[in-house]
Design a protein around this ligand. Structure first.
Ligand SMILES: [Zn+2]
Length: 165
């Protein structure tokens, strides 16, 4: 019987040939083909994946960000980019932040354009002397209310008074 150190891995490759690697101490397989180790590595990988995902999510009590201006969205994007560079955020979350920020920026820019348009339309539609004229009317009423009402009551008094009689 061959000594342990010289034994070859029992694993049979897809081409039918046996693995040429030497077995590990206490095993019938090499480092790469030991079923126990393969399983252990897979578990470690998936746990590592879960751990990465868990670590990089923000805490549930993280304050909500106001994202009502282009500046605030740009700040969030800058922060997210730095989190990605430090490995501090799940790439899926970062990708989602990037995608949604693009939509948000487009919407904010559209909103700004609409506000500007509305302001321009208001200027174009409003009659130019409207504002000063209103002030004049109120001044006229304040200053000459008695005179004006007298004139009106005199003319109004004559006509309706004359017609029935
Ligand atoms: Zn092997």
């Amino acid at each position: 019987m061959e000594p342990n150190s010289a034994r070859q891995c029992r694993y049979t490759k897809s081409d039918g040939n046996g693995c040429q690697a030497n077995v590990q101490a206490g095993s019938e397989f090499c480092f790469f083909h030991d079923p126990a180790l393969v399983e252990e590595r897979a578990t470690a990988r998936s746990e590592g994946g879960r751990e990465r995902t868990r670590k990089v999510l923000l805490a549930p009590n993280t304050p909500i960000r106001e994202l009502k201006t282009v500046t605030e969205v740009v700040q969030l994007l800058g922060e997210t980019i730095n989190q990605v560079r430090r490995g501090g955020i799940d790439l899926r979350v970062a990708n989602c932040v990037g995608y949604l920020s693009g939509i948000l920026l487009a919407a904010l820019e559209k909103g700004q354009m609409e506000e500007r348009l509305a302001a321009l339309e208001a200027i174009i539609k409003s009659p130019v002397p409207a504002a000063p004229a209103e002030e004049n009317y109120s001044f006229v009423f304040d200053g000459t209310t008695s005179e004006a009402s007298h004139e009106h009551s005199e003319t109004a008094g004559e006509n309706p008074g004359g017609a029935p009689s």
